[in-house]
Each structure stands twice: as structure tokens, then as C-alpha cells.
Design a protein around this ligand. Structure first.
Ligand code: FPP
Length: 266
């Protein structure tokens, strides 16, 4: 094992041991330039299942293993924030059985992984209209949030009942109330005022947005926050996404020059 690999080895599950390919990619990563915030549109669970003549929910179940591996690898790389898009406000249009199964999988994941989140100093949080989810899901989410609230490592954010436009509507309502209560008319209606009312208030925008399954769409995800995110799309379906894919995405990110509308510094 190389020095760099050994340095960031943690107490993760033995099944996550690095393959030779993982180690080679890891050695090429600049550990000083890991993006602070990575957001992922996890897509392709249904197609993964369909390719195997399995029910769609089998794809979601298999996708859980990818979630585990990505969360643990993100913590290991000392990423600050990982935001996963798990359930959109539009996903209620899916068959009730699929929605129920997705909620059940989320509950199972939190139940099973809470100890791992604690062991690895990971803080859990959500973005979205979670108050519209069932009371039993809300209880599970609150438990995980409260239990991990004092952790200081990776912030693991799950977008649940989330929509980028819904978030903007909620933010504008919030801002409207603030403005009405602003007796001295001190509140500036600028970009910062809007950012402060988003679900992500106080968090840096994603540096890197990953989408799996090859679709070239944003799907109503973090519309405000991804204004200057670097985008990386892979044809890999979410259930097949492994740490090597995350390493490849970060390597691509590290090869880019971010200009934010300015000119090249070279
Ligand atoms: C997209 O695939 C995936 C989803 C809508 C759900 C993702 C959810 C999980 C992996 C499980 C729960 C998450 C956590 C964080 C524990 P799709 O069904 O749209 O795939 P398709 O486009 O091939 O049909």
C-alpha cells in the first residue's frame, strides 16, 4: 500500500478494501484539492433492474450499496459536504408501491448505518419538504439528525421531497416574511438574502455535480446552487457506481480551471 493510501485509510468496513484500480486512481488524486461539496443525482436504478429482468425496487435496493460506498469514501477523503438526491417532489407520480419501498429503504439505511455514521463522525441532514413525509419517516430522520448533530466530519445531506423550484418558492416566501418584519427596512434584497433563505443556507455551493446513467439533465436539483458547479456525467448506472467512479469524477474536477465568468489565470 502506498503512503498516500495508508495515510487516509480509516476504519471502514473490510469489504470496502481498495482494488489495485482504486489505489492507482487514489494515488493520482490531489488530496489537498478535494472539492468541498459534491452533489450527486443518483439515476439509473430502474434501468439497472430492468437489464436484469428484476422489479424496479431491486435497482433501488442495489443503489443503497452505492450510497454506503460513496458516503464512506467521501468521509475518508475528508470531503466537507456530500448531497445526494434521493426523492424529488415529482417522484410522488411513481406507483405507490415504488414510493413506499423507497421510503422503507431509506428507513432501513438509517437504522443500519447510524452506528457507522457515528463511528466516522458523519453528520446527517436533509433538504426538502420533509414535513410532508410520513410521521414514521420523520421520526427516523429526526433521530439520525439529533444523534449525529454533534459530529464534525462529513455533512451527509439527503435531498428528500426536494425540488429546486419548490425550494425557491419556499425561499421567496421566507424572504417575504423577513421583509415584512424588517421594521427598519434594512434587509437588502440581493443574492445573499436569497441564499440565506434556501434549504442550504450557510453551506457552500456544490463544487462538483455528478449525474449517473448518462442523462444530460439537471432534473430540478439545486437550481440556484449549481450556478458555477463543475458537472460530471457518467453512463454508469447508480447501482454500479463505486468509489473508483467517485475518484474519476474528482480527477476530472481537478483537471479543470474554474473561472466563474472571469478570464483564465494562465
Ligand atoms: C433514480 O433512479 C433513483 C431514485 C429516484 C431513488 C434513489 C434512491 C436510493 C438509491 C435509495 C435511498 C437513498 C438513500 C440516501 C439511502 P430511477 O428509478 O429514476 O432510474 P431509471 O431512470 O433507470 O428508471
Amino acid at each position: 500500500m502506498s503512503l498516500v493510501t495508508r495515510e487516509i485509510q480509516t476504519n471502514f468496513a473490510p469489504h470496502l478494501k481498495d482494488s489495485i484500480e482504486d489505489q492507482k486512481l487514489l494515488e493520482r488524486l490531489d488530496l489537498e484539492a478535494i472539492p468541498k461539496h459534491i452533489a450527486i443525482i443518483m439515476d439509473g436504478n430502474g434501468r439497472w433492474a430492468q437489464n436484469r429482468r428484476l422489479p424496479r425496487v431491486a435497482g433501488h435496493r442495489a443503489g443503497i450499496e452505492s450510497v454506503r460506498e460513496v458516503v464512506e469514501t467521501a468521509a475518508r477523503l475528508k470531503l466537507n459536504i456530500l448531497t445526494l438526491y434521493a426523492f424529488s417532489v415529482e417522484n410522488w407520480k411513481r406507483p405507490k408501491t415504488e414510493v413506499t419501498m423507497l421510503m422503507r429503504l431509506l428507513k432501513e439505511f438509517l437504522n443500519r448505518e447510524l452506528a457507522t455514521l457515528m463511528d466516522n463522525d458523519i453528520k446527517f441532514d436533509t433538504l426538502g419538504r420533509t414535513e410532508e413525509l410520513s410521521p414514521s419517516i420523520q421520526r427516523e430522520l429526526d433521530l439520525a439528525k439529533n444523534k449525529t448533530s454533534r459530529n464534525h466530519g462529513l455533512l451527509f445531506n439527503v435531498a428528500l421531497n426536494y425540488g429546486g423550484r419548490a425550494e425557491l418558492v419556499d425561499a421567496f416566501k421566507h424572504l417575504w416574511k423577513k421583509k415584512q418584519n424588517d421594521a427598519q427596512d434594512k434587509l437588502n434584497l440581493d443574492e445573499q438574502a436569497i441564499a440565506d433563505c434556501l434549504y442550504t443556507a450557510g453551506l457552500p455551493d456544490p463544487d462538483l455535480l455528478i449525474r449517473t446513467s448518462g442523462e444530460l439533465r439537471i432534473s430540478n436539483f439545486l437550481l440556484w446552487q449549481i450556478a458555477y458547479s463543475e458537472i460530471w456525467v457518467t453512463k454508469t448506472l447508480w447501482p454500479d457506481f463505486r468509489k473508483k467512479d467517485l475518484f474519476e469524477a474528482i480527477l476530472s474536477y481537478q483537471s479543470r480551471e474554474r473561472r466563474y465568468g472571469g478570464l483564465s489565470t494562465e
